[in-house]
Design a protein around this ligand. Structure first.
Ligand SMILES: NC(=O)c1ccc[n+]([C@@H]2O[C@H](COP(=O)([O-])OP(=O)(O)OC[C@H]3O[C@@H](n4cnc5c(N)ncnc54)[C@H](O)[C@@H]3O)[C@@H](O)[C@H]2O)c1
Ligand SMILES: O=C(O)C(=O)C[C@@H](O)[C@H](O)[C@H](O)COP(=O)(O)O
Ligand SMILES: [Zn+2]
Length: 357
């Protein structure tokens, strides 16, 4: 078991990562709570809800809300449904919401916790590789049909309990999706980490010790950034590498049509091409492309129109005065935020979409 404490200017919480943590869940909760509401999705509930319930069996007041799996659930409709569940389960200010699942559940349940009675405690129990990213740092949100994560808050959990045993049941597509955020953490932080991940073959069974090492390194990269800039005034933008286009693709194609990680992976390729052009630098575009191809990431998608993509990119939260900001790399491990005017963006998008086909 490994513990990393995240300390920002306003709060502190532990990220506990290890095997078979769920059965001991109660010992990792930082306080005693009056009532607990467990929020999970249909897939995860079948796999891990019983273990969690069993671990909390002598607590009387446990409510359970199971929502449909998939990105479309990160919506106002389910946000409202969960607020109703919080009321009907008599949650009060000393109650806890447990988010048991991947990033969709963490973002949704976290936003419910952030707003119910103006904020009650929540614990993240991530069950996907991707959620090494989403469970840390305190971004919680739901999507608007017009744009990703447009309604949300910065609201940290009181603990992150990452039982990596749960990752064994992940389908290949979700392994791929999660590894996109791992490789992002490598690209924005350090050549050795990037090389290590880009040499990982996702088409054969993962070595769980190596995966846990990758997740720990990813969490360490994220922790360092959010500790310095929790509310994304400056360097936290680096964690958004690949997301300006990635989020636009997700919402244009319809939430859940492509996974978050798949869209971000395409967005990172694009950001590398723009970086190469703007900084006249050689960057590992081909290396990332080959890794994605080998590991069956979607590379040719049903592209939205460039006008629609640009409109969505302007809705990105980094934009100011409708000018798109992208996170670029001057070299691996050296991110930089750059304003990109519409004409330049259009030129790069046209070229990139032609190149990917
Ligand atoms: N808050 C943040 O900082 C942050 C960071 C990255 C991503 N995100 C958000 O996270 C979401 C994506 O997260 P995700 O990829 O975990 O998606 P997800 O939560 O939808 O999970 C993906 C799929 O895997 C299933 N699943 C989850 N755990 C499983 C397990 N152990 N075994 C088998 N199946 C399992 C789920 O039911 C779902 O069908 C997006 O909404 C994205 O915007 C947020
Ligand atoms: O933690 C961050 O900051 C990130 O940008 C991490 C991203 O991987 C994540 O997808 C995040 O939800 C994106 O945030 P948004 O502010 O662009 O919606
Ligand atoms: Zn992301």
């Amino acid at each position: 078991m490994h513990k990393q404490t995240i300390k920002t200017s306003t709060n502190e919480y532990d990220v506990i990562i290890g095997k078979d943590l769920l059965s001991n869940l109660e010992s990792y909760l930082p306080h005693n709570y009056t009532n607990i509401l467990i929020v999970t999705d249909e897939t995860v509930s079948k796999l891990y809800l019983n273990t969690v319930k069993e671990a909390l069996h002598h607590k009387n007041n446990i409510g359970i809300s199971v929502v449909p799996s998939g990105e479309a659930t990160k919506s106002m409709e389910y946000f409202y449904q969960l607020q109703t569940a919080a009321i009907e389960n008599h949650l009060d200010r000393k109650s806890l919401i447990i988010a048991l699942g991947g990033g969709m559940i963490g973002d949704l349940a976290g936003f419910v916790a952030a707003t119910f009675m103006r904020g009650i405690d929540f614990v993240q129990i991530p069950t996907t590789i991707l959620a090494h990213d989403s469970s840390v740092g305190g971004k919680v949100a739901i999507n608007h049909p017009k744009g990703k994560n447009l309604i949300g808050n910065f609201y940290p959990p009181v603990a992150v309990i990452y039982d990596v045993t749960t990752l064994h049941s992940l389908p290949d597509r979700e392994i791929r999706s999660g590894y996109a955020e791992v490789i992002k953490h490598g690209l924005i932080s350090d050549t050795t980490f990037f090389k290590d991940v880009v040499n990982t073959d996702l088409t054969i069974p993962l070595n769980s010790d190596i995966t846990v090492e990758h997740l720990r390194k990813g969490i360490a990269v994220k922790a360092k950034v959010v500790e310095e800039d929790e509310k994304e005034k400056n360097i936290r933008k680096f964690l958004n590498f690949g997301h300006t286009l990635g989020h636009a693709i997700e919402s244009e194609l319809g939430y859940g049509e492509i996974t978050h990680g798949e869209a971000v992976a395409i967005g990172m390729l694009f950001a590398l091409r723009v970086s190469e052009g703007i900084f006249d630098q050689s960057l590992p575009y081909e290396k990332l492309f080959e890794w994605m191809q080998h590991n069956h990431y979607p590379l040719s998608i049903k592209w939205p129109t460039i006008d629609n993509l640009i409109d969505k990119m302007k809705l990105d939260k980094k934009s100011e005065n409708a000018v798109v900001q992208m996170v670029l790399l001057t070299e691996v491990g050296k991110p930089a935020v750059q304003n990109i005017d519409d004409a330049t963006l259009r030129t790069y998008l046209e070229k990139f979409i032609r190149e990917l086909g």
